[in-house]
Design a protein around this ligand. Sequence first.
Ligand code: SAH
Length: 252
Amino acid sequence: MKPHGPVYTLLCTTAVCAAGVLIGSCNSHGGQSMNPEEQDWKMQREQMVSQQIEARGVKDPLVLESMRGVQRHLFVPENFRDAAYHDSPLPIGDGQTISQPYIVALMTELLEVSPGAKVLEIGTGSGYQAAVLAAMEVEVHSIEIRPRLCEHATSTLAELGYASAHVRCGDGYGGWPEEAPFDGIIVTAAPERIPDPLLEQLAEGANMVIPVGDFYQELKVITRTPEGFEERSVIPVRFVPMTGEIERQETR
Ligand code: SAH
């Protein structure tokens, strides 16, 4: 006998829900139900990962999972929130930008780090890249030269609970020697020449991912080997310039 319409629907919904709880779905998010707005942001993140990131060849499951989870819209200014998951960089104030999602994913993958690793980031900006690493259980030490951005990123990361992301305000030229060596170094502002202190703070076998150049920039991966450093170019990129000490040296 066919169950009565509403009863059938109810039973069915309960069954789907029970199965959903078992596999961690059914509108649940860390044990709490997700409101329609959060559902929409989540869907936009799923699309961002499949259409912009996986489609261009990023494969590291840990990176993809992190990009699906970190709420990028909370790292961009409110008036750009609706564009947070678009395939483009966005302004974050002070003439600076948060990188395009694909570039964040690619750079994170190129670092080749695992949970528990210690990474140095130069150019905290909005704090989004630091959050993507922290969500992978990486300990991040990030330096931002612009005080306003630095303070804002520090509070965003704290409010969202990324306790393994540590931010310091100042020039990243000299790195963070007290915490060196690092299992990875990611630089998100472009110098014309790689600062020596950063090379010195890279652990053996570790990668530095860095845009190098002036108007024309190349995204480079520098690997520290027992003999020295190996370098390869990945793709042409466009980052804001690294300022501070490196600029003073470049104009000398
Ligand atoms: N990773 C950031 C985007 C960075 S934009 C994010 O996820 O949002 C580049 C940032 O590098 C800018 O905020 C800029 O102020 C900063 N920057 C430039 N030169 C720097 C330096 N010498 N030391 C530290 N930060 C620097």
